[in-house]
Design a protein around this ligand. Structure first.
Ligand code: CP
Ligand code: NVA
Length: 315
């Protein structure tokens, strides 16, 4: 598998085999790191980390992942560079592409990361936009594979805002990898028909089922219950109306019990607003794997950088 030079903007652009390759590579890098072995697959590579929005996990995963393999990450926050204020995205991309070997972008418009990728001439990685959060999905898939020993045939239910970056990206990733996917959300927050139709195609190919529902009984048989914040970054003005709308969709003991399985695990990309999308007892329960997901952000993001930027003979 050769992903050298590729962008990583959404999982739509990656085949099932390519995603599985990235998960395998992440696992290998994780096992090595646990033994204290790091490498030089990114030796001498300068990596720009552009952030319009704040971040704990994604930023730290790129920094630690790059350093572990000999790379040099440089954080560029929203007030540090001219991007979008005094300089166009295309011009910024062409400047950074002359100096850096890879560019991560987290921000608002998905079109910004696409434009960076179009003009930079080096790999561009999406660290979250309003529409997609693909690196998070790799971490979630790796966590599920570690926990269940497989992905195909698992029943995955995402509960909450069914139109946000996490819902969109989880739907793509799960249907591509043969995981049965349910989006459980009030009708006004159901995913777009366009994306649902695209994911139906992925599901047909992988053998997965895709179900969009507003009925809480849809959690029956779930192996995984996943949720995310009710108001994403940039939607702070919607917080009040979302609380009203999404209160019945809180992940709590009653909802976990409705799965009818003792083995159902709880997942969340974090950061979490406890008492809203998830109750404290579920978040802290032994069924919660949220910190495994958080750790796996680093191993999977490292794999993305190594695969697209590292020396081919070193993978
Ligand atoms: N899950 C995630 O992307 O976390 P951060 O916003 O802290 O990067
Ligand atoms: N949907 C959330 C994800 C955070 C990782 C947000 O965009 O704020």
């Amino acid at each position: 598998m050769n992903l050298f030079g590729r962008n990583f903007l959404t999982l739509k652009d990656y085949t099932r085999e390519e995603i599985e390759y990235l998960l395998d590579l992440a696992m290998k890098l994780k096992v090595d790191k646990k033994k204290g072995i790091t490498g030089d697959r990114l030796k001498g590579k300068n990596i720009a980390l552009l952030f319009e929005k704040p971040s704990t996990r994604t930023r730290c995963a790129f920094v630690v992942g790059a350093r572990d393999e000999g790379g040099f990450p440089e954080y560029l926050g929203k007030d540090d560079i001219q991007l979008g204020h005094k300089e166009s995205v295309a011009d910024t991309a062409r400047v950074l592409g002359r100096m850096f070997d890879g560019i991560e972008f987290r921000g608002f418009k998905h079109s910004t990361v696409e434009e960076l990728a179009k003009y930079a001439g080096v790999p561009v990685w999406n660290g979250l936009t309003d529409e997609y959060h693909p690196t998070q999905i790799l971490a979630d898939l790796l966590t599920m594979r570690e926990y269940f020993g497989k992905l195909e045939g698992l029943n995955f239910v995402y509960v909450g805002d069914g139109r946000n970056n996490m819902a969109n990206s989880l739907m793509i990733g799960m249907t591509k990898l043969g995981v049965n996917m349910t989006i459980l959300a009030p009708k006004s927050l159901h995913p777009s028909d366009e994306l649902v139709n695209l994911c139906k195609g992925y599901a047909n190919k992988s053998g997965a089922k895709l179900n969009i529902s507003d009925d809480l009984n849809a959690v029956k048989g779930a192996d995984v219950i996943y949720t995310d914040v009710w108001a994403s970054m940039g939607e702070e003005d919607k917080a009040k109306e979302r609380i009203e709308l999404l209160r019945p969709y809180q992940v709590n003991k009653a909802l976990m019990d409705k799965t009818g399985k003792d083995s159902t695990i709880f997942m969340h990309c974090l950061p979490a607003v406890k008492g809203y999308e998830v109750t404290e007892d579920i978040f802290e329960s032994d069924k919660s794997v949220v910190f495994d997901e958080a750790e796996n952000r680093m191993h999977t993001i490292k794999a993305v950088m190594v695969a697209t930027l590292g020396r081919e003979d070193d993978k």
